[in-house]
Design a protein around this ligand. Structure first.
Ligand SMILES: Cc1cc2nc3c(=O)[nH]c(=O)nc-3n(C[C@H](O)[C@H](O)[C@H](O)COP(=O)(O)OP(=O)(O)OC[C@H]3O[C@@H](n4cnc5c(N)ncnc54)[C@H](O)[C@@H]3O)c2cc1C
Length: 424
């Protein structure tokens, strides 16, 4: 046991980022020196949406956090955890806004991508959090202030709490960030899961049963991949209005929709796409909003983590991956700092921000550019349904593959070492 008082960490938000931080702190055995409290606005911990894909750069963190074996139970047929240098499928890209699919690229790389149901990931995270981490539900942060070297938190239900370091892991509409409202990307997504057997009955060898797919088209695209060990197919249909990019969203960000509405956007598309889209039930309509790039991911006794710092378009499937990177680095900084009798919280936040802000902002920018390739945004002359020359599609496919490269051929480890050396 340590004989100096425990530093109190208040994590606001129990989404993937907040939970990843709690797992990482548990893994580093910091419970002697830190008291960790999670304040979540919802009445129970849930994950909205179904699918989540993790890439080699993020999987390295999963492995470091000791979660690999538990998550392996949920891996889908055709996917496997890389133990060698063999290349595996990431995503298959086709132009499909006409009756025949046209090849763009088959993204392959060492490791491949691994797709999960969010609820499974959440259960695995929760099972790896120390019992000493206190989870407080129904606590919506509404305001905070610094007083006597402590952060005083006020919640919507009238309760208050205090901590030494406030971690804003409360998503795109964060109460911990004092900047402007999030911006709309101009894109609406329609999300649903389908039982694999339903697709199998219609097209027995439909590639979506075993492969991650992106069907591209003008100002629209469809992503699908198997989850839950192949029992379900996760589907997301994207519909964009590029003229609305960077505006403020009017109305709610998330609401229910109907299968007919979703089908109406994809009537001229290939049979493979229509089979998926027409079988979506209870689709959720979701406006993709982003955080305007921030100069800093923290100030004083407040650190921003995950979507609150860098909510990004979803086109590189990396918002959660980046949240895990934030969590991994912050946990190591806290672990290192907690070895000393007095922790300089403001310096720790400065180091965290200096290391994470450039990379988080890079990932957000890269995601935005990637989506433009999927939807032919730069090609003003291209209309929905146009058949493009194979060479042109190959070139676009090469740019798409290049855009993904950092997610498998780079590592967070270098940034971690840099952060730890800056703390000295
Ligand atoms: C269609 C779609 C597909 C995606 N696919 C992928 C993918 O394949 N791979 C990937 O890495 N990422 C993906 N993402 C992005 C990923 O979902 C997010 O980046 C990630 O969930 C962010 O985690 P977070 O913990 O920062 O925020 P959130 O998951 O939003 O969690 C925030 C939590 O804070 C709580 N909260 C909110 N406000 C308050 C408050 N004031 N007080 C207390 N609690 C509060 C919320 O209830 C929630 O539990 C996708 C996103 C979308 C929309």
């Amino acid at each position: 046991m340590s004989d100096h008082p425990k530093l109190c960490i208040g994590i606001v938000g129990g989404g993937i980022g907040g939970l990843a931080l709690a797992v990482a702190l548990t893994r580093l055995n910091t419970t002697d020196t830190l008291q960790v409290d999670i304040y979540e606005s919802a009445a129970k911990l849930t994950q909205v949406g179904a699918g989540i894909t993790i890439w080699p750069r993020g999987w390295e963190i999963i492995r470091e956090l000791g979660l690999e074996d538990s998550l392996a139970a949920y891996i889908c047929p055709g996917q496997e955890i890389a133990k060698d240098n063999q290349e595996r499928i990431g995503f298959i890209y086709r132009k499909s806004d006409h009756p025949e699919n046209a090849v763009m690229c088959d993204l392959k790389f060492r490791g491949g991508s691994l797709s999960f149901h969010r609820a499974d990931v959440q259960q695995v995270f929760l099972a790896h959090i120390s019992p000493s981490v206190r989870v407080h539900l129904n606590r919506r942060l509404v305001s905070y202030r610094e007083s006597d070297g402590k952060m005083q938190l006020s919640f919507k239900n009238g309760e208050t709490a205090a901590c030494d370091l406030l971690i804003g892991a409360d998503g795109v509409n964060s109460a911990a960030i004092r900047e402007a409202r999030p911006l709309w990307t101009g894109t609406i997504v329609y999300r649903s899961v389908i039982e694999s057997d339903i697709i199998r009955r219609e097209i027995s060898d439909h590639p979506c049963l075993v492969k991650p797919l992106v069907y591209c088209g003008k100002n629209k695209h469809v992503v699908s991949y198997p989850i839950s060990a192949g029992k379900l197919i996760n589907v997301v249909g994207f519909v964009s209005d590029p003229t609305k990019e960077g505006t403020f969203l009017e109305g709610p960000a998330v609401m229910s929709s109907t299968p007919d509405v979703v089908s109406s956007f994809f009537t001229g598309w290939s049979e493979e796409v229509k089979c998926i889209i027409n079988n979506m039930s209870n689709p959720l309509r979701w406006a993709i909003e982003v955080v305007k790039p921030l100069d800093k991911y923290g100030y004083g006794r407040v650190a921003l983590l995950g979507d609150s710092a860098h909510a990004m378009p979803v086109h590189l499937g990396n918002g959660a991956g980046q949240a895990m990177e934030d969590a991994y680095i912050l946990a190591h900084l806290l672990h290192e700092a907690s070895k000393h009798p007095k922790i300089d919280v403001a310096n720790l936040v400065r180091v965290y921000s200096a290391v994470r802000q450039p990379f988080g902002n890079f990932a957000a920018r890269a995601s935005l550019e990637q989506g433009r390739l999927y939807e032919f945004t730069e090609l003003d002359d291209v209309r929905e349904g146009d058949v493009l020359a194979p060479e042109m599609l190959t070139r676009l496919g090469e740019r798409i593959a290049d855009g993904w490269r950092w997610t498998w051929d780079s590592s967070v480890k270098g940034d971690l070492q840099r952060a730890l050396s800056m703390l000295q």
